[in-house]
Design a protein around this ligand. Sequence first.
Ligand SMILES: C/C(=C\Cc1cc(O)c2ccccc2c1O)CCC[C@H](C)CCC[C@H](C)CCCC(C)C
Ligand code: SAM
Length: 480
Amino acid sequence: MGAVNRPAPPPSAVRHLHSASWAPSSLPIRCSSFGLPRRPFLFLLRSPPPPPRRLGNNRVRCSAERHALFNRIAPVYDNLNDMLSLGQHRSWKRMCVSWSGAKRGNRVLDLCCGSGDLVFFLSQKVGTEGEAHAFRSACVSDMFRSISSAIDMLRNTSYAIDMLRNTSYAIDMLRNTSYAIDMLRNTSYAIDMFRSISSAIDMLRNTSYAIDMLRNTSYAIDMFRSISSAIDMFRSISSAIDMFRSISSAIDMLRNTSYAIDMFRSISSAIDMFRSISSAIDMFRSISSAIDMFRSISSAIDMFRSISSAIDMLRNISYVYGLDFSSEQLSIASRREDLYWKACYKNIEWIEGDALDLPFSDGYFDAITIGYGLRNLIDRQKAMCEIFRVLKPGSKVSILDFNKSTSSLVNMLQEWIIDNVVVPTASEYGLSQEYKYLKTSIDEFLTGKELEKLAKEVGFSKAEHYEIGGGFMGNLVATR
Ligand SMILES: C/C(=C\Cc1cc(O)c2ccccc2c1O)CCC[C@H](C)CCC[C@H](C)CCCC(C)C
Ligand SMILES: C[S@@+](CC[C@H](N)C(=O)[O-])C[C@H]1O[C@@H](n2cnc3c(N)ncnc32)[C@H](O)[C@@H]1O
């Protein structure tokens, strides 16, 4: 029902936030206070527009007046919602998004998006990937991403290699020392030989002491000349002993050298250890040249990365559309997008347009949400038909709004809060009339059952209304 076939606008045409003021003439012609109609010939076919009607003080019947009202409240809208609902409106909006069935990769729409709360929640839900036309670029950037993490890993390895290279130079130095040590080791064998000689000398030294003793005896012997010839023999031995003594001091010198050798031997085992490390280093060196190769690849990849992000930017991905007729609300929404700046928000597109005349082709969306919008539309049936038309079969629209409760107690309490809390607070900002309209609009709204009926009438196969926020709020979920 209500399916009007029209071509989908090229993405680039709707990508930017329209800066021109909203052309209200696509709204019902009876509202004359608002500029020239966008379709002049249609305008001529109709009867002359009556002046804008205001029923009572707080009835804002005309679309242009509602347009002006939402432009006026835009600067304080978010703060007042936070304050007056004690932050609860965010949970209600999250529930609304969740009931819409929006999933990753979906193309979704938030109607009457205002300052964009629901759009931001939807944006996080659907992410940036998903649609077929974006598939190739997405694959390429995934490939680049994998290569890039491999490169990052190799880069870290490369730093380790650099460290090992420096160690390797140290090892080379130690290797040279090791050759010196080898030379000293050979000297050490010579020293060992001298040590053996030295112990022999020690033995001879002891003998020498004995000889000395005998020498003393020799004087006595001299006296006793008869033993003189024996003494002569001992004298010859004594000169031999002197010779051995000189050798012994040479040996002592060599012994000191031997301690040095022992020290060098310890260094030598350290060197052996370093030699093993050195072969490991050789292996790392080969890896290092591979790393050098990867480094060159990495700079190429860096270049590709820049190209890839440029491609991402040029890819023109947009999966979440936020539509509203108030340029003031939209410019706040767009500023909030810049302020929060989350990666997924690059999938958002703000559209200044009319909820009663959607600029999308039939079956374009996987899910649609409206938060506190339907109640404010002049022609709710027309709006529901438009929603039905642009939804894919089997997809859902989730509509959050104040609940026009069937319980008189809830209604009384709701009215009391609006009269005694909401309006007085808003009047602090000079917006009492605007918030009085809120109460009137709830009075004129549909109950849960009436909303379900309306959805079924325009063709939705299933429609269920849920009361939330203690019965103050309601959410209609309708499946096409
Ligand atoms: C997000 C909320 C309202 C949006 C809203 C909708 C409109 O149609 C307006 C029309 C004209 C002016 C302003 C608005 C507007 O702000 C909900 C925010 C809270 C309400 C302003 C006040 C809520 C009062 C509830 C009855 C109390 C609920 C208490 C809760 C259970 C803690
Ligand atoms: C109460 S605000 C809700 C904003 C937002 N969805 C939220 O939940 O905070 C209602 C919004 O509906 C927009 N609106 C009302 N009539 C509209 C129409 N015919 N076309 C597009 N937007 C409309 C207003 O500009 C306003 O931003």
